[in-house]
Design a protein around this ligand. Structure first.
Ligand code: GTP
Ligand code: MG
Length: 334
């Protein structure tokens, strides 16, 4: 009984048919002959269909159930969705104003995207979150570690040390709780995320960062004819991230550069890379830009499922991400 319960709660991801419990090469072969080549397709199968390949009803039901649990949350009932929402936690950014913009901090189980031009503060926000997530929930953290996929070699432990000291934390133990994985190509980046579930579990990871989500894709997939495959890969990558965030109740952050695009009404406007694919899977998109005052940054909530759009300012200092002082209100236009 206890074992059964554990099996219920322990959601696993199965990559191949043969990974499913009770499925050997022969059973897998039978299922393939029926057109079930993937765990995903099996999750939507009816036991009856498998029976026609000579798989007993009980076993068929077990296989389908395992396949569904592997997809974890792709198919959920509305009441289950509500239950899931109630387990959403919040991660503080270091700036109360920015937290307020986000409805109380970054949410777990969803992807938050920070986009903006060079030097707008995307990586700095990521660094600050790496430290904050280690705080207890009462102080805006999630009592957990970080998986930081660094694609541009911009992660700096020195910066973490500064920020940790500012919060009165032991810099060495803070640094120990951050697992940095450098991604050399977009394929490598995808591979790292695909192989990360055991790392996340074993290290109590509560924040997954991909900084930058799009840089490799942008430099490797050039030209119109490669656009479709780039978008397909990005889509897959983002879905992998959202599934991990849901399965482990972690916060997930991606950063994104912008490109200038002629706009009919506003002249040259900037748009995040990745278009609809990234937009539809990032539940919260925050546009960061510099202000006329050096350390001050303007954050605009561009899209969120349920929060109103709005703007707030914060600053980047020696200490990290902070609220601005009363006398530091920036000139909004740059
Ligand atoms: P790209 O990755 O190049 O697209 O930019 P980004 O948006 O990631 O920019 P990033 O977060 O790296 O911001 C860099 C800016 O943060 C610098 O230009 C500084 O203004 C500020 N900054 C970074 N480190 C420090 C620091 O130690 N002290 C202070 N005061 N500011 C810092
Ligand atoms: Mg950066």
């Amino acid at each position: 009984m206890a074992v059964e319960e554990e099996a219920e709660t322990q959601k696993r991801e199965y990559e191949h048919l043969e990974d499913l419990p009770g499925v050997g090469p022969a059973t897998a072969q039978k299922m393939r002959e029926l057109g079930f080549n993937t765990v995903e397709s099996l999750a939507t199968a009816a036991a009856r269909e498998l029976e026609s390949a000579g798989i007993g009803e009980k076993k068929a039901l077990e296989i389908i159930r395992a396949a569904r649990s592997s997809l974890s949350l792709s198919f959920v009932r509305a009441d289950e969705l509500l239950k899931l929402r109630q387990t959403v936690l919040r991660l503080a950014t270091g700036s109360k104003a920015l937290d307020e913009l986000l409805g109380g901090g970054l949410e777990t189980q969803t992807i938050t995207e920070f986009y903006g031009e060079y030097g707008s503060g995307k990586s700095q926000v990521c660094h600050q979150l790496c430290v904050n997530v280690q705080l207890p929930p009462g102080q805006g953290g999630l009592n957990g570690g970080v998986l930081y996929i660094d694609t541009e070699n911009t992660f700096r432990t020195e910066r973490i040390v500064q920020m940790a000291k500012n919060l009165g934390l032991d810099p060495e133990s803070v640094a120990k709780n951050i697992i940095v994985a450098e991604a050399y190509t977009s394929d490598h980046q995808m591979f790292l995320l695909e192989k990360s579930d055991s790392i996340i579990k074993e290290n109590n990871i509560r924040l997954i960062i991909v900084d930058s989500l799009t840089a490799h894709f942008r430099s490797e997939y050039i030209g119109r004819e490669m656009l479709a495959s780039r978008q397909q890969k990005l889509n897959k990558h983002m879905h992998r991230l959202i599934r991990l965030a849901r399965a482990f109740n972690t916060a997930a952050v991606v950063t994104n550069q912008v490109m200038a695009k002629p706009d009919v009404f506003f002249g040259n406007a900037v748009h995040p890379i990745g278009g609809h694919v990234v937009g539809h899977t990032s539940h919260t998109r925050v546009f960061l830009r510099k202000s006329a005052r050096g350390p001050v940054r303007i954050a605009r909530l561009v899209s969120s499922v349920y929060l109103p759009e709005g703007e707030r300012v914060f600053k980047i200092t020696e200490n990290g991400i902070e609220d601005i002082g009363e006398d530091e209100e920036p000139t909004r236009r740059r």
